[in-house]
Design a protein. Structure first.
Length: 283
């Protein structure tokens, strides 16, 4: 096994004895032999691939014998293993075509399942198909062994299957709180598989402890209405959003005061009331 088609190969056959004669022949492939009768001849011009030579000893009336030697030339220009781009698919599609980098014999390539599930049709085919992929992330590894031209290299590809039957985003029920409370625990639905949920603030003030946690806490809520949106990104199956409100009431709001009684004389039939002020969202 040698690297590069410019390689010069030194043969090492056993020498004939007495008046017997030995000679080299090319069984398959291409080769230029300096001296076909020299057991230690050199060989040049071997292309990438496998060349098989035969060494024959002609021992006259005592018979002939032959033995073969394989010379494998690996491609020194071959790139390292590349498993191709990650893929996102939506059920009912659960079959994908892999896109591993090409390799030249005598290099070898093989696909293996690292995590998740999937049936590989032909593990040695760079562009094989995989079936029965599961909801979630399925990771496959493409391994190329380029022998003396760099050895073994690997690369990973992820195929994510999204659930088309997953529930739409649900931000949970509205909440009513009273100062001095200024935080709340949210209760949205959990995304399925590799789908991702994200909280965003549409109105009011507040900070999410973890914007991707359906049950995160929000702090720094101000008096009034705070509107929070929960969005689920379900990849190629689409996005959905839902909004919930947190109403924070002010404990320092004064008690109701309807103002003084009034006495009027006709023809006056209207009056201006003087109720105590309120701080939203009190009613």
């Amino acid at each position: 096994q040698l690297c590069g088609s410019s390689s010069v190969v030194q043969l090492a056959a056993n020498a004939p004895s007495g008046v017997s004669v030995g000679f080299w022949t090319v069984i398959s492939g291409v080769a230029s032999i300096t001296d076909i009768n020299d057991p230690n001849a050199t060989v040049t011009g071997i292309p990438v691939g496998e060349t098989i030579l035969s060494w024959t000893l002609d021992n006259g009336p005592c018979g002939t014998s032959s033995d073969q030697v394989s010379i494998q030339i690996f491609d020194d220009q071959q790139a390292d293993a590349n498993a191709g781009a990650d893929q996102d698919l939506c059920l009912p599609t659960n079959t994908a075509t892999l896109s591993g980098s090409a390799y030249s014999f005598p290099s070898t390539g093989v696909w293996t399942l690292v995590s998740g599930s999937g049936d590989i049709t032909d593990a040695t085919l760079a562009n094989t198909t995989v079936n029965n992929l599961a909801i979630g992330e399925n990771v496959f590894q493409w391994t190329v062994d380029n022998g003396p031209c760099g050895g073994v290299t690997t690369d990973l590809v992820s195929i994510s299957i999204y659930d088309n039957a997953a529930a739409s985003a649900d931000a949970g029920p509205d909440q009513e709180l009273c100062t001095p409370v200024s935080s709340a625990t949210l209760s949205a639905n959990t995304p399925v598989g590799v789908a991702v949920g994200t909280w965003t603030l549409l109105q009011g003030t507040g900070s999410f402890a973890d914007a991707n946690d359906p049950n995160t806490t929000i702090t720094g809520i101000s008096v009034g209405e705070t509107r929070c949106q929960w969005t689920i990104n379900n990849g190629p199956c689409g996005n959905s959003s839902d909004v919930m409100s947190i109403f924070l009431f002010d404990a320092t709001n004064p008690i109701a005061n309807a103002g003084p009684d009034q006495e009027l004389c006709t023809p006056t039939t209207s009056a201006v009331l003087s109720g105590s002020t309120i701080i939203f969202p009190a009613q």
